[in-house]
Design a protein around this ligand. Sequence first.
Ligand SMILES: [Fe+2]
Length: 234
Amino acid sequence: MDLYEELVHGPGYAVCPIENMQLFKKLRDSFVEKMNISTKSKKNINVVRKAMAKMSKAEINRSMINLLTFTDLSDMMINSCPSLVETLCGKELFIQRRAHTIINVPGSEHSKQWTHYEMMSGISPFTYVIWAPLHDLEDDGGAYHIDQKISLEVMKKEQEAGLVNGPTVFNMMENQKPARLKFGQVVVFNPFVLHGNVPFNSDLARIACNTRFQSYNKPLLQKNSDYLKYYRLP
Ligand SMILES: [Fe+2]
């Protein structure tokens, strides 16, 4: 099955390799540098992860302000996987202006992202998401994705019951196994696929980036140029 088939008619998500590792490593270095978290001379992603694992939500939010200067994160992510993006959407795109960086702190006391799908945020149904961890995922700190057939059935049931995020979706967090990706692997998924993460134990926080993209020739939904920008792949 080719990637387009997999994403549109198959499971709705796929694990793919980063195509330009040199650029993706630069992205990670840039993140580490911007976080400016360690006073030690040796700076790497695990030093940042270790420091963040011990931080409160408020401290993490404060240090995330440093990322406001990371204005080319979304472009760097798209350019790390140019063929993947082109296969799904062509060369002329709308991409998210500012990619997200998500820091997940280990420990069951921390609130987790419940099962949800991206259409909820008002992006176009023609949008795809790239989700990329900035390190190997050696524990349950990653993300799980649920086959779109099951995802759509759950959503249909919710709609019939007049619910959004009702007990079925909420309890889906139980018994999920997040994928153990390597640094250099991404998950690409469509906006109908349910996904989320679970509490995990580790000495290290989990750090991942994600960005959204769609073809320039497909209609938008609620998001406009505040959220998206025109982008042409080289
Ligand atoms: Fe999400």
